[in-house]
Write a protein that binds this ligand. Structure first.
Ligand code: ME8
Length: 523
């Protein structure tokens, strides 16, 4: 049985259309999933939608519809966006699905049985946009407004069920301290630890269902209450696998894929994932995920994204960019522009610069030169090199960037260092372009006794383009496939196994086709 890899995105609220934030996490998860598949692993990639809670109920009221109808319509938009962006998720979970709801109830039942839940009264502040309880101290600090949306906090005072969160905090601190990769990046891990050390109370985990227009998962012991939306939502990571195992739907995914290898999330929802979720899993006596990685936030054209400022990168904006350029360029840019984990700015100018400088002038140009020269000097057939290894000038230019990719790609992917990974690929293509400039095969072509030399040079170039496109496949699946097709390689031949990324795999005699302009320059 091959090694497994289970990756998740947050499940997204359906109060509004998807935007760049949703696309960002989902593209990153897709790159991880595709990379691991190409490494031969058994991958499960989950995304979906978070459909309960006051945020959705209020959005539905404002739009004059029901939460269920609103969810149905927004889910279509998410699925359309994932299709446009070539997202290869294996499942799409909706928290309104029966398979999810009955398992959430089972989770609550188990927690009740273990005396992890008790009845009490919640009195305090609530951020309805974030669906988050806010301590009196933090509420006062932020002038009783949401730290995220700036909207006023709401005072809640109601009977509620509580999860004994405080009881797990010491154990959680120990766990985080002894598992360096549990929360990444490290700076976020430190933030969580210091906040945990200040002490954490129990967690209200139910809402009166009447206040939610009846929309939610009823508490199995008290149908007047629904399960707090974050408990409902976090559970998706296991309910999608058929955990807890109830009914006859269970198909073995639970034992195959849990614990998750990585939960990708945005920095604003780290506390829920790094505190509530592991404490719940501990109470359920289940293993914890390997890594929770919190990425940064995008601003747009230098400012916080907002609909009123007109700089909001909505579905429509993304669609326009994908039409003007291509979906793969959008995928590429998001993971290239800033280190994953840091905040970044999206600007159309920066987008065009990267597109022209890196995709058109470097990668695209290398492919086009290589295919053209093989067409001209070898009748469109990959020539036979003097040797199928890197020695002499070939080694001087290319061994190091190639070895770096071969030896570090896995680690860079494990650490979500997407931008560094792309840099490493660009180092290879840039070095190959320089190698062509240095060896000047177009000049050697005029000398009849240099046939073997040119053959070696162009074979080497074809191999380097092949390798660059293999490595780029998780980021730009369509464009890489299109480029490789010009080298006579079909999509199903692409893999990132140790053997496939060795130099010398491309077969002499194979036909190339050109001309090719993979990334036409943009003015
Ligand atoms: O939080 N840049 O859903 P959501 C980058 N349902 N990321 C951004 C962003 C920006 N400008 N704006 C938002 C939820 N995000 C819950 C999750 S999981 C069990 C439940 C990111 O639709 C944000 O950080 O509000 C978050 O990870 C994601 O978009 C989804 O947000």
């Amino acid at each position: 049985m091959s090694e497994k890899f289970y990756v998740t995105t947050p499940i997204y609220y359906v109060n509004d259309e998807p935007h760049i934030g949703h696309a960002y996490t989902t593209i990153a998860a897709d790159v991880l999933a595709r990379y691991h598949r190409l490494r031969g692993r058994d991958v499960f990639f989950l995304t979906g939608t978070d459909e309960h809670g006051i945020k959705i109920v209020k959005a539905a009221r404002e739009k004059g519809t029901t939460p269920a109808e609103l969810a149905d319509s927004v889910v279509v938009r998410f699925k359309e966006l994932w299709k446009l962006l070539n997202i290869s998720n294996d499942d799409f979970i909706r928290t309104s699905q029966q398979r999810h709801e009955k398992r959430v109830q089972e989770i609550i039942r188990r927690l009740l049985q273990q005396d992890e839940i008790y009845r009490g009264k919640y009195e305090g502040w609530y951020d309805e946009g974030q669906e988050e309880f806010v301590t009196d101290f933090t509420a006062a600090q932020n002038n009783y407004k949401s730290a995220i949306s700036g909207k006023p906090l709401v005072r809640y005072s109601e009977e509620s069920w509580f999860f004994r969160l405080s009881k797990w905090i010491n154990r959680l601190i120990e766990y985080i301290e002894s598992h360096e990769r549990f929360i990444l990046p490290e700076s976020r891990r430190n933030e969580i630890l210091s906040k945990l050390r200040q002490g954490v109370g129990d967690l209200s985990i139910s809402r009166q269902i009447a206040k939610l227009d009846g929309w939610g998962v009823p508490m199995p012991n008290d149908p007047e209450h629904s399960v707090y939306v974050w408990i409902d939502a976090l559970s998706n990571y296991i309910t999608a696998l058929g955990i807890p195992e109830i009914g006859d739907e269970f198909d073995g995914k639970a034992s195959q894929y849990w614990p998750a290898d990585i939960h990708l999330i945005g920095k604003d929802i780290l506390w829920f994932h790094a505190v509530y979720w592991p404490a719940l899993l501990m109470a359920l006596e289940m293993p914890l995920p390997e890594t929770i990685f919190a990425h940064g936030w995008w601003t747009s054209e230098g400012k916080k994204m907002s609909k009123s400022l007109g700089n909001f990168i909505s579905f429509d904006t993304i669609e326009q960019i994908c039409t003007d350029y291509c979906p793969d360029a959008f995928r590429y840019f998001l993971l290239r522009e800033v280190p994953f984990g840091a905040d970044g700015d999206f600007s159309l100018n920066a987008f065009k610069m990267r597109y022209n400088n890196e995709l058109a002038n470097d990668i695209g140009n290398l492919l086009s030169r290589t295919v053209n020269m093989i067409g001209r000097y070898f009748d469109g057939k990959i020539p036979s090199p003097a040797q199928r290894e890197l020695i002499g000038i070939e080694a001087e230019f290319l061994s190091e960037p190639l070895r770096k990719l071969q030896s570090q790609a896995d680690d860079m992917i494990t650490d979500c260092k997407f931008s560094d990974y792309i840099t490493a690929v660009l180092d290879l293509t840039t070095a190959t372009n320089r190698y062509i400039d240095k060896t000047e095969p177009f000049k050697l072509a005029r000398q009849p006794d240099q046939q073997e030399r040119i053959a070696t040079i162009l074979y080497t170039c074809a191999e380097m383009v092949r390798l660059a496109l293999f490595y780029l496949t998780p980021f730009m699946p369509d464009k890489a496939a299109e480029g490789l097709a010009h080298l006579g390689i079909s999509q199903d031949q692409v893999e990132l196994t140790d053997e496939a990324v060795e130099f010398g795999q491309i077969r002499p005699g194979m036909g190339v086709s050109g001309p090719v302009s993979l990334f036409p320059r943009k003015i």
